[in-house]
Design a protein around this ligand. Structure first.
Ligand SMILES: NC(=O)c1ccc[n+]([C@@H]2O[C@H](COP(=O)([O-])OP(=O)(O)OC[C@H]3O[C@@H](n4cnc5c(N)ncnc54)[C@H](O)[C@@H]3O)[C@@H](O)[C@H]2O)c1
Length: 326
């Protein structure tokens, strides 16, 4: 029996496009129909590597009936406009993090997706790995007892040139920490944060940030992100999750497997790649071809942005922990 496949198209074929390309190639029910990038040479290189055609523009891509799912892989500034056009054209949308700059933009996406009866799923890739899903199960079924603490560390050096594509570490990268915390532990009550400026010379944004959150039961979440330093010590970790409860804990690190691939940040870390593969497989197989909802939704993206905004206010006010207004 022939599998029904879902045709995907990419808007944007930069660093993260590589991971989406690998994810499509790993999922038997996905196929890359085509790509559009305003830099045509990048689009041509992605199509040559992962398959599909090169579109002349976004309208051309959206007019293709073979495209069911649009991956929005451009920088944040064009996420909203691209995703709205795709939804209005009747396509499902997988949209990179951070999904949008403002809560109102996320609500507009929700309303447009509902009206079009299409799925708009945030690309919250880190949680779509088997290890995080095992952690979620052990937390939810009570095996770990009452949760006391959560740690998520991210130490991946980014050159100023690459970091310039992303901007604020707190807003752009800590969003991974925050949606992971929301997925595993739920909503925090209070948030405080600190950020620092270590190695950028031209960029006027922080390259390190630390957020602390308190959960309703008193558990404390510690979220750390650095673009300033790798960790080369005897127990190195690029990205590490730890959850401790009164009855046990879990520890999961991307150091499980590594190989040399320095063409993009974390490209040689299979756990990173697995998150994208899990996300694409989940969206295509369980959501589009099945009847399930995403593990992390636009509602979670709204909560995550509110938590990051509260952290920004805590930094700006210097007043310690602030209550999150959901
Ligand atoms: N989920 C993750 O782990 C992860 C990792 C890296 C980046 N990201 C996110 O992915 C997005 C893209 O990041 P990146 O590192 O791939 O950036 P990038 O700069 O490497 O690539 C972006 C590409 O989009 C193209 N582009 C820009 N505007 C466009 C437009 N309006 N229409 C068509 N093409 C356009 C550019 O030419 C470029 O090729 C960002 O939102 C970033 O935060 C997510």
């Amino acid at each position: 029996m022939q599998l029904r496949t879902v045709g995907s198209a990419f808007v944007g074929t930069g660093i993260v496009g590589e991971m989406h390309g690998r994810a499509i190639n790993r999922n038997p029910t996905s196929r890359l129909v085509g790509v559009f990038d305003r830099d045509e040479s990048k689009a041509a290189a992605a199509a040559a590597k992962f398959g599909g055609r090169v579109y002349a523009g976004l309208d051309d891509l959206l007019a293709d009936p073979d495209v069911e799912l649009v991956h929005v892989l451009t920088p944040l500034v064009s996420h909203l406009e691209t995703a709205l056009k795709a939804l209005e054209a009747g396509k499902h949308v997988l949209i990179e993090k951070p999904v949008a700059q403002e809560i109102g933009d996320l609500e507009t996406l929700q309303q447009t997706a509902a009206k079009a009866d299409r799925l708009c799923m945030p690309a919250h890739n880190y949680i779509y790995t088997p290890s995080i899903q095992r952690a979620k199960r052990l937390i939810d079924d009570g095996s770990l007892g009452e949760i006391c603490g959560f740690w998520m560390f991210f130490n991946i050096y980014h050159s100023e040139e690459i970091a310039a594509r992303y901007g604020s570490v707190l807003r752009e990268t800590c969003i991974h920490h925050v949606y992971s915390m929301l997925h595993l532990l739920g909503r925090p009550v209070n948030v405080t944060a600190m950020k620092s400026y270590i190695h950028y010379e031209k960029l006027e944004v922080e390259d390190q940030a630390s957020i602390m959150c308190q959960m309703p039961n008193g558990a404390i979440a510690n979220l750390w992100c650095s673009f300033a330093a790798n960790d080369p010590t005897t127990d190195p970790w690029s990205v590490l999750y730890k959850v401790l409860g009164t009855n046990g804990g879990i520890c999961y690190s991307w150091n499980e497997a590594q190989y040399e691939d320095n063409r993009g940040p974390a490209w040689g870390l299979p756990c990173y790649e697995d998150g994208f593969a899990g996300e694409v497989e989940y969206m295509v197989n369980r959501c589009i071809l099945g009847d399930q909802g995403p593990l992390s939704t636009l509602d979670d993206a709204i909560d995550a942005l509110k938590i990051v905004q509260t952290a920004e206010h805590a930094v700006a006010s210097g007043r310690g922990a602030l209550e999150v207004e959901y």
